[in-house]
Design a protein around this ligand. Structure first.
Ligand code: AHG
Ligand code: MN
Ligand code: MN
Length: 315
């Protein structure tokens, strides 16, 4: 897949696109460029680092793999040197980390999403949400000024929005992110479904009903175990629904509000889709803690709505 030759060369690089097309403020453009540079190092590290455990756990009690720790360090180093970040919250730290007090942005990130899939050699990703100001606590994901993710699969892709559509870039052989597709859209109706935490069907008749309706409609199953890859599938096909409900094992859901649900809610909303925790839009749920989790139902609008209605009717 290559961008239309009608797109002038200066608009095809990530930096050119941020400057000329999205007209991002300079400091935000610099920050996104720096995050994209960190992602190039992570992309390289994935190919060259041993897949084993690090021998440590994160604040969620999850065992870290070496690449979790390394990716976290790579991103932190890039955030530290640019003096654009006042503070950040990250999946691998149990509290907010303060950087440059007067800097314009606060960042929430999941350095390596799907890291339990590293040894299986499946696609994994990094997720970033960017806020103006000193910190993310007390804000809602709707207040993000940008969100982006990087998908490390057979190819490395970067998808970003600064509030004017969602745009996809491919990391080329000389290390430049080059425009693949602009203005990704998500249609209202889903043909594909990506059902996380199916344990939930034993605890919610509403969730069971909806999963059974997907099976009886012979919808196509696509679930990899990496949120970035699974939601990117929705972006790439222009439709679909991803679910991760709460259940006995995960009473608040598993996915993290600040680093996982929030950035994807922003991106999916920009593409015309929807994201809910079952009762309210993810975009409107305030971030109250770094380790906050929430159920996530995200993708094609009509299907997210149908699911929320089913959950409300039968608990
Ligand atoms: P992380 O690797 O950052 O801990 O995130 C893993 C998440 C998410 O990527 C995925 O959607 C979900 O965990 C998968 O959970 P299951 O393995 O329970 O399906
Ligand atoms: Mn994750
Ligand atoms: Mn992670």
């Amino acid at each position: 897949m290559t961008p239309s030759p009608s797109v002038p060369a200066e608009l095809r690089s990530l930096n050119g696109h941020l400057f000329h097309v999205s007209k991002a403020p300079d400091k935000l453009r610099h920050l996104i460029n720096d995050l994209s540079r960190a992602a190039k190092y992570i992309s390289y590290a994935i190919k060259t680092t041993e897949a084993g455990l690090a021998g440590s756990v994160n604040m969620f009690g999850e065992e870290q793999v070496k690449l979790d720790v390394l990716s976290d360090r790579i991103i932190q180093e890039h955030l530290r040197e640019n003096l654009l970040v006042s503070s950040y919250a990250c999946e691998e730290h149990d509290s907010i980390v303060d950087l440059s007090p007067d800097a314009p942005y606060a960042v929430a990130f999941d350095p390596l999403d799907g890291s339990s899939l590293v040894d299986a050699n499946l696609a994994i990703g990094s997720i970033f949400g960017i806020y103006e100001g000193k910190e993310i606590i007390g804000h809602t994901p709707r207040e993000q000024v940008a969100a982006l993710y990087v998908l490390y699969g057979p190819r490395t892709l970067l998808v970003y929005s600064t509030g004017s559509g969602v745009h996809e870039f491919l990391l080329n052989d000389v290390g430049e992110f080059i425009l693949l597709r602009e203005h990704l859209g998500i249609g209202d109706n889903a043909k594909n479904f990506s059902p996380g935490n199916l344990r939930g069907i034993d605890e919610s008749q509403g969730y069971r009903d909806i999963v059974e309706s997907w099976l009886s409609q012979q919808m196509t199953l696509r679930y990899s175990g990496c949120l970035v890859a699974d939601v990117h599938h929705i972006f790439s096909k222009g439709q679909g629904i991803f679910t991760f409900p709460a259940s006995h094992k995960y009473p608040q859901g598993k996915l993290r509000h600040a680093f996982e649900c929030g950035p994807f809610a922003y991106l999916v909303n920009q593409a015309g889709g929807a994201a809910s925790d079952g009762t309210q839009e993810i975009l409107d749920i305030p971030i109250t803690a770094v380790d906050q989790r929430c159920p996530l139902f995200i993708g094609s609008k009509n299907e997210v709505q149908r699911l929320c209605t089913s959950l409300a009717m039968k608990k």
